[in-house]
Design a protein around this ligand. Structure first.
Ligand SMILES: NC(=O)c1ccc[n+]([C@@H]2O[C@H](COP(=O)([O-])OP(=O)(O)OC[C@H]3O[C@@H](n4cnc5c(N)ncnc54)[C@H](O)[C@@H]3O)[C@@H](O)[C@H]2O)c1
Length: 349
């Protein structure tokens, strides 16, 4: 089993191994004194994995209940959290009890937020089952929900007590969501790891997915260790995301997935910085080629003016500035505070 240690305020281990989902009860028993466990999952994941998780928990003597919500980002909202609190309270969960997030990023973000706030905070474990959740969202302790005014506007930093990653669960993940997760994997190569980028070029990522997950999680771990509350280094994880979020918003979060929007965002911002002489010549072509290899789009018909304009409402902008994440070359990234009023000119190529 591969073990990655995260040294945040509340340190925890990330465990990676095929078949781990059936051992989750034992792995949770090692770190939790809970009597009761609420497994939070969505309607798709429930059908495939909930029984295996519940059986494993029961084998270790945990009392269990299941909270299932309808799959999809539309349910990542406060009303679902309210239903979750009711489920915890009806099950008479105390401050010593535990929440298990079983599913993709939507499940992890919501279950984590409910755990962060129920009785002012109870423990939770992540069992991520989508590629995006395994390489990114289950690590780092960001939890939350969307509100009408924007995505992830309400939330809390709350670290899990363990992350249990079973790469075999990706066998049932629809290809579209594999592609989505690959955008984040490519991002890690771009910002921190030329070798990972080369591996993604030369191999089929899914053939060596355990290695890929371990590399990505280790990069995220290092970044989070250095900056748990996103004051500096952690911003690098937003490479491609500022423009990506604009695109998602332009398409009203439908029609263009998060990963697709991030892929386009990485290509546009790198074309802009390459044009300005900041980024090594040829870098954009490399990113475009890799995104295409993994089924991701690299451009969009939305105008640069509209994309820049939509950035103004991004929660990461302040005092008329946005922190753009740029590359010097593949594997070397930095942040550059940029006037929002100059963004359209900068990204227009
Ligand atoms: N907390 C963070 O640091 C962080 C980072 C990045 C993204 N996010 C959040 O993550 C969310 C996106 O995550 P996501 O792409 O995993 O979305 P998701 O949770 O909606 O999962 C995608 C789809 O895959 C299905 N699914 C998941 N695992 C499966 C499996 N093994 N087999 C079959 N189907 C499966 C789900 O039911 C869903 O339909 C967004 O809300 C985003 O804001 C959070």
């Amino acid at each position: 089993m591969r073990t990655i240690k995260v040294q945040t305020g509340r340190p925890y281990d990330i465990l990676i191994e095929r078949g781990l989902i059936d051992k989750c009860g034992q792995l949770i028993k090692e770190v939790s004194k809970a009597q009761k466990v609420c497994v939070v999952t969505d309607s798709n994941v429930e059908k495939i994995y909930a029984k295996r998780v519940i059986d494993s928990l029961k084998e270790q003597g945990f009392e269990t209940t299941l909270f299932v919500f309808e799959a999809g980002e539309e349910r990542k909202r406060l009303s679902t959290i309210a239903d979750m609190y009711s489920c915890f309270a009806d099950f008479h969960m105390s401050r010593k009890d535990l929440v298990v997030a079983l599913g993709g990023g939507v499940t992890g973000d919501m279950a984590g937020f409910a755990a962060a706030s129920y009785m002012r905070g109870i423990e939770f474990v992540q069992i991520p089952t989508s590629l995006l959740a395994q390489v990114d969202s289950s690590v780092g302790g960001k939890t939350g929900v969307d509100i009408q005014q924007g995505k992830n506007l309400v939330g809390a930093f709350w670290q899990p007590i363990r992350v249990i990653i079973d790469p075999d669960t990706l066998n049932t993940l629809p290809q579209h969501f594999i592609n989505d997760g690959m955008a984040e994997v490519i991002k890690y190569g771009c910002i921190k790891d030329r070798k990972l980028f080369e591996t993604l070029k030369n191999e089929n990522a899914m053939d060596i997915i355990e290695d890929i997950i371990e590399i990505c999680v280790s990069i995220k771990r290092d970044v989070v260790n250095a900056d748990e509350r996103e004051k500096g280094e952690r911003m690098l994880l937003n490479f491609g995301h500022t423009l990506g979020h604009s695109l998602e918003k332009i398409y009203s979060y439908r029609g263009l997935s998060h990963g697709e929007a991030v892929a386009i965002g990485m290509c546009i911002i790198t074309a802009a910085s390459e044009k300005s002489g900041i980024t090594k010549a040829g870098t954009t072509a490399e990113i475009v080629s890799l995104c295409s290899k993994y089924g991701l789009p690299t451009s969009d018909s939305a105008g640069f003016g509209e994309i820049a304009e939509t950035c103004q409402s991004d929660k990461k902008t302040s005092a008329g500035k946005v922190n753009l994440v740029l590359l010097k070359e593949i594997g070397v990234s930095f942040t550059e505070p940029t006037e929002l009023s100059k963004l359209e000119e900068f990204i227009t190529v």
